[in-house]
Design a protein around this ligand. Sequence first.
Ligand SMILES: C[S@@+](CC[C@H](N)C(=O)[O-])C[C@H]1O[C@@H](n2cnc3c(N)ncnc32)[C@H](O)[C@@H]1O
Length: 314
Amino acid sequence: MPLTCNIDPIAHADHTDITQGLSQNPASISPKYFYDQQGSRLFEAITQLPEYYPTRTENALMQQHASDIARSVGTGRTLIELGAGSCQKARTLCQLVQPACFVGVDISADYLQDAVAALSDDLPWLDARAVGGDMTQGVQLPADIPRTGRLVFYPGSSIGNFDPPHALALLAHMRELIDDDGGLLIGIDLPKDVTVLEAAYDDAAGVTAEFNRNVLRHVNRLIGSDFDVDQWQHRAFFNADASRIEMHLEALANAQVRWPGGGRAFEQGERIHTENSYKYPLPVFTDMLARAGFAQAEAWTDERGWFAVVHARP
Ligand SMILES: C[S@@+](CC[C@H](N)C(=O)[O-])C[C@H]1O[C@@H](n2cnc3c(N)ncnc32)[C@H](O)[C@@H]1O
């Protein structure tokens, strides 16, 4: 059985963070609150959608350049995946680079624990651990995880969910997690045609819309609010000035939302900003890596130039 350092994400969810975000104009909810069990399941369904190219493109890249990536990364490492989710990408990478140990970290702790248990069943030779927690509060690893030979794995272009200053701070934190012999293997979604981008975040089957609205159910449980989820619709569009996809929830009618100790009114058409997904040109991103302490970067991109996998080293 994998060891779980079960840090209850609800205990870490700063109620003030959520209620302050909701009280702003415009209101916002951090995308980390997407991921209760249902949110994790919905994200997994998104990765299967025809419009959602990032997972498919990143997986194909990892397969196409498997031997180069394996040579660059090396075997026998301590593999630490941040935001590991279903551990699907870790499964492929573990088979490729045979790490000495795998540690999955995720805010959706129960979902992660099941995923790591399934990974352990499939790869019985692997020492696999699950660590539940919010990585934006600092990644806390079990004390017996060696510092040397670490490879931090951060696929899925999840770094794009942070605005550039916070992305830089998170990359610098990843640098702190490794010694000079360590590395970071990270997936980056690159700028591309707006129609491709917008379809990926607003699919015809409405799965992304359901994922977006589910954040309100999770927030209702976390802070005791009374959002009527059916009264909010999904909005996703590319903001070219900021080079990011934005997701919002838009009120279908005037709404009064209450939570213990507070509340606010929303007018019809008013929005709650729930996610950004920044698209960085590769040179801009490698410059950010260098500023975070990763001076060397080896990158692989697909033929269309839609996505990059980067192995960065100090
Ligand atoms: C976009 S999904 C990516 C999942 C998987 N790594 C992939 O590439 O398909 C983001 C993952 O990060 C996790 N996550 C989001 N915010 C987090 C946070 N602040 N701390 C830890 N995990 C977080 C989510 O639960 C989810 O599993």
